[in-house]
Ligand binder design. Structure first.
Ligand code: NDP
Ligand code: 8X3
Length: 251
């Protein structure tokens, strides 16, 4: 039975929610984070049947709110063993010459700076205990640039660089750092990218079988269950129909 405490950002939908559900089955204690409080509460109520759960509602863009929320945890809950930096989204899919500044700010502020703000609060707990596991959710978009991906890709290349940087700097403390880089996963991701346009979002996965959020949760659990001397450093996971960021086989 796993006794570790895992803090998951972006637990209100998609990959984060599926990971919370799977880790609950394996008895990790869970700190579920996201902005949508009702969803957090509903998920927590569901999972409380299986494990210990608490929730923190904050916007990862707001450094003070991030710090306040995490510091508000009771002492027992502060001993975070696993940090899953998952909160993030693409905003827009426009060529660089017509992209929106608001979209660019959102992606850099959430995907990159948000990940840093959360990590800044948790890493000292791990360094002082000389143990811990950080899992950063990157993307195939952080390995290859695709047309119109520009700033989203840049934000995920930054996540990849930060993952590698964390692994180097945290090496003296015995902290594991894993980068997981999914291809197309059907979640609320495309709905957010296209600002609620369901029609546009549904065409993204037309004629192929995308990954499910549960597929990524499985990989996260697998990397958490590796023996103490093993770290799964860098994992790219694609649907079988996807060969690269831009090459997809559709029926
Ligand atoms: P979803 O849109 O389903 O989930 C995104 C999660 O991030 C939500 O729980 C949302 O919670 C949270 N979030 C977004 N913005 C903020 C914010 N400002 N502050 C706090 N939380 C925030 O998408 P996915 O599950 O697909 O995405 C999860 C991660 O996986 C992202 O980092 C994404 O880039 C990455 N990814 C996704 C792929 C895909 O094809 N779906 C492929 C590769 C990587 P709330 O709105 O409640 O705050
Ligand atoms: C999400 C995958 O290819 O839609 O990170 O950018 S992709």
């Amino acid at each position: 039975m796993d006794k570790r405490i895992a803090l998951i950002t972006g637990a209100t939908s998609g990959i984060g929610e599926a990971t919370a559900r799977l880790l609950a089955k394996h008895h990790f204690s869970l700190v579920l984070c996201g902005r949508r409080q009702e969803r957090l509460q509903a998920l927590a109520n569901d999972l409380k049947k299986e494990t210990k759960v608490t929730t923190l509602s904050f916007d990862v863009r707001d450094q003070k709110a991030v710090a306040r929320a995490i510091q508000s945890l009771p002492t027992d809950w502060k001993q975070i063993d696993v940090l899953i930096n998952n909160a993030g989204n693409a905003h827009g899919l426009d060529p660089i010459q017509t992209g929106s500044i608001d979209d660019w700010d959102a992606m850099m502020d959430i995907n990159v700076k948000g990940l840093l703000y959360v990590s800044k609060e948790i890493i000292p707990v791990m360094t002082s205990r000389q143990t811990g596991h950080i899992i950063n959710i990157g993307s195939i978009a952080g390995k290859e640039v695709y047309p119109n991906g520009n700033v989203y890709c840049a934000s995920k290349f930054a996540v990849d660089a930060l993952t590698k940087g964390m692994r180097l700097d945290l090496n003296p403390f015995g902290i594991k750092v894993t980068g997981i880089h999914p291809g197309m996963v059907e979640t609320e991701f495309s709905l957010v990218r296209f600002k609620g346009d369901e029609q546009k979002a549904s065409t993204v996965y037309k004629g192929l079988e995308p990954l499910k959020a549960e597929d990524i949760a499985d990989v996260i659990l697998y990397s958490l269950q590796a023996p103490k001397h093993v770290v799964l450093a860098d994992i790219t996971i694609l649907p079988t129909a996807q060969a690269s960021a831009a090459l997809v086989k559709r029926s």
